[in-house]
Ligand binder design. Structure first.
Ligand SMILES: Nc1ncnc2c1ncn2[C@@H]1O[C@H](COP(=O)(O)OP(=O)(O)OP(=O)(O)O)[C@@H](O)[C@H]1O
Ligand SMILES: [Mg+2]
Length: 234
């Protein structure tokens, strides 16, 4: 088995890297896939998230921190290739950190959570450029933008969304909306699934995004070709 490596990256702090990592990796683990989450951030948020789980109801995937490996983190990650199907790396909020750069060298996918407001646009440009630099060394690397914390459309949101087609990065069709259930699951050390029917809309969007993620990982070239065609035909 050779694990698919998903680097969850963005220059911008608070864009939802840890939230997206825990929800999508946790969803795959609930589907009985072999999933490892590597916390690449010395804030240790992913590890703390899992540590909030009550006794007898552990977070569905294994989580540990490898931030101390610094720019050698890709060598550490390789040790786990054969034991897992999916390895998610929750990266620190800095595009040019040695951790983000090293993980991108071995990743199959750079997953970029993005809050559609003006402040996040310039940070997203930086992470896109970092991903493009990494693609020179790692031609297998694909990227996918995931809109997160989406709220009812404001003029500003609309302006940012209008710019996205020029951004040159495939965008997931599913969006994660701003919902209190996401912070709530940090406190319960779980995914939104544990909140059951009251969080149905959150569960549905996380499940839908996870389906998209799998399709993207399974057929990255075909997917991006379709995307390019769609864009070319407006
Ligand atoms: N879709 C959402 N709806 C509501 N709150 C959200 C959503 N996504 C993230 N949050 C909240 O926003 C805050 C930042 O999210 P998170 O910690 O996942 O971001 P991050 O990119 O990992 O941050 P950092 O750069 O500090 O590592 C957290 O309080 C989280 O609960
Ligand atoms: Mg984080």
């Amino acid at each position: 088995m050779a694990a698919k490596i998903i680097a969850v990256v963005n220059q911008k702090g608070g864009s939802g890297k840890t939230t997206v990592t825990m929800q999508s990796a946790g969803t795959l683990a609930l589907r009985k896939k072999k999933v490892l989450i590597i916390d690449g951030d010395d804030q240790n948020s992913a590890v703390e998230w899992a540590s909030m789980a009550p006794e007898g109801m552990p977070f569905p995937a294994r989580v540990f921190n490898l931030a101390a490996a610094g720019r050698k983190i890709h060598q550490e990650i390789k040790k786990y290739y054969d034991d897992y199907e999916y390895i998610f790396v929750d990266c620190p909020p800095a595009a040019d950190s040695p951790i983000s750069k090293s993980v991108l060298l071995v990743a199959d996918l750079a997953l970029v959570p993005f809050i559609p407001d003006g402040l996040n646009m310039s940070a997203a440009v930086r992470i896109r450029d970092t991903i493009e630099d990494a693609q020179v060394m790692n031609p297998n690397l694909r990227s996918l933008l995931l809109l997160n914390r989406v709220e009812a459309k404001t003029n500003l949101t609309n302006e940012v969304l209008d710019l996205l087609p020029d951004f040159n990065m495939p965008q997931a069709k599913t969006k994660l909306h701003k919902r209190t259930y996401y912070p709530e699951t940090f406190l319960t050390g779980s995914t939104v699934h544990s909140l059951r029917s009251k969080a149905k809309d959150a569960i549905d969007e996380v499940e839908s995004f996870t389906d998209e993620l799998l399709a993207f990982l399974d057929k990255p070239l075909v997917y991006s070709q379709i995307k390019e065609k769609e864009e070319a035909h407006g």
